[in-house]
Design a protein around this ligand. Structure first.
Ligand code: GLN
Length: 304
C-alpha cells in the first residue's frame, strides 16, 4: 500500500476543494485560528510516517483529550467506571443537558461533555494531584515531555463555560459527581486546553492501534480488551450526533475536537491526526471528515 502517494493525492484534492463551515467562535483562542490551516500526519505500526501541510502547527485538541481521560480512569478503576456512565451513542449535541433528566444523571457515554465531567470527577477522587498526574500520564503515554495545558485557553474556557458548569451541577444533583463541581469543571477546562500538532496527535494515539501498548517503549497503557473497548466507543460515540455518519463514510474509530482536530485509528495498522479549523454544523472538521472519507475509500481499507 503506497500510503504516501494516496495521502498526497487526497490531501491535495481536499485542499483544492471548497473550505466549508465555520471556525468555532466561543473563545478568542479558537476564533482567531487561521481557517486555512490544514494538516495531516499518519504513523503506522511498521514505522511509516507521512505528514502533509500544517502538520507541525499546534492547535487546541479540545474534546480529543476526552479519550486520554477515559483511558486513565479505565486503567485505574477498570469496569467499575461503567457504574457511573454508559457506552451508548447519545444522538444529541456534545453539550446537551436533555437526556440527563430522564437518565437520572448517568451520562450516555464518556465523550459527550456530561460523560467527560463524570470521568474528571472519577480522576479527582482517585488522584492526589489530578492535573499534574494526568499530565504525567499523558507525557508517559505519548513519550512527549513537552505536552502541557494552555492556561490561557483553560481560563478562556472557564470564563464562558456556563453550560459545562450547569451540566456538572445538574449531574451532582443526582449524586453522580462526588467532588466540588468547581474543581471538576476546572479539571475539565484544563483537559480542553491541551495543545498538540498532527504528528504528536498521531503518535500519542498509536497505543490504540497497537492493542493498548505504546510504540516508543512497548508498555501497556491499558489491556487489550480495554483498548478494544475504547476504540469501540470512539467508533460509536466519537463524533457526537454525527458518529453514525463518520462510521458510514470513514469506517474507523475516531474522535473529534471543536478546535478542528480529528484522530482516527486503524487498529493493527496506523493512527492518523488531521486538523482543519472550519467545522460543520455538528462541530466536526469539514476538511478532516472529507479527507478521512477519501483516505479509506482510496486505500480500500477500513475496519469494515
Ligand atoms: N471546550 C469545549 C466544550 O466543553 C469542548 C467541546 C468539543 O471539543 N466538542 O464545550
Amino acid at each position: 500500500m503506497d500510503y504516501k502517494k494516496i495521502i498526497t493525492r487526497v490531501f491535495n484534492e481536499v485542499k483544492a476543494g471548497e473550505n466549508q463551515g465555520e471556525v468555532s467562535g466561543y473563545i478568542p483562542e479558537l476564533a482567531n485560528m487561521n481557517p486555512e490551516m490544514f494538516g495531516v500526519y499518519l504513523t503506522s505500526l511498521n514505522h511509516l510516517e507521512v505528514g502533509m501541510g500544517d502538520c507541525h502547527e499546534k492547535f487546541s485538541i479540545q474534546s480529543i483529550a476526552k479519550v486520554f481521560s477515559l483511558t486513565l480512569a479505565y486503567r485505574i478503576l477498570g469496569e467499575k467506571i461503567w457504574e457511573r456512565l454508559g457506552v451508548e451513542p447519545s444522538g444529541t449535541a456534545f453539550n446537551s443537558l436533555v437526556q440527563l433528566e430522564t437518565d437520572k444523571g448517568i451520562p450516555r457515554n464518556p465523550f459527550i461533555n456530561a460523560g467527560a465531567l463524570v470521568i474528571c470527577d472519577i480522576l479527582i477522587s482517585q488522584l492526589k494531584n489530578p492535573k499534574t498526574e494526568f499530565l504525567a500520564f499523558l507525557r508517559e503515554t505519548t513519550g512527549n515531555k513537552e505536552l502541557s495545558y494552555s492556561e490561557k485557553i483553560a481560563t478562556a474556557e472557564k470564563s464562558v463555560g456556563y453550560r459545562n458548569v450547569a451540566l456538572c451541577n445538574f449531574i451532582k444533583s443526582f449524586g453522580n459527581i462526588e467532588n466540588n463541581p468547581e474543581a471538576v469543571t476546572d479539571f475539565y477546562f484544563h483537559l480542553c486546553s491541551i495543545e498538540m500538532n498532527c504528528e504528536e496527535l498521531s503518535k500519542a494515539f498509536l497505543f490504540l492501534a497497537n492493542g493498548g501498548k505504546t510504540m516508543h517503549n512497548n508498555q501497556p497503557v491499558v489491556n487489550t480488551s480495554q483498548a478494544k473497548r475504547i476504540n469501540a466507543i470512539m467508533q460509536t460515540c466519537g463524533f457526537y450526533d454525527e458518529s453514525g455518519e463518520f462510521t458510514f463514510k470513514v469506517g474507523l474509530p475516531g474522535k473529534s475536537g471543536i478546535g478542528g482536530g480529528i484522530i482516527a485509528i486503524h487498529p493493527g495498522k496506523y493512527s492518523i491526526g488531521v486538523w482543519s479549523p472550519r467545522l460543520n454544523e455538528k462541530g466536526n472538521s469539514h476538511r478532516g471528515m472529507k479527507f478521512l472519507e477519501l483516505l479509506t475509500t482510496e486505500t480500500k481499507l477500513s475496519i469494515f
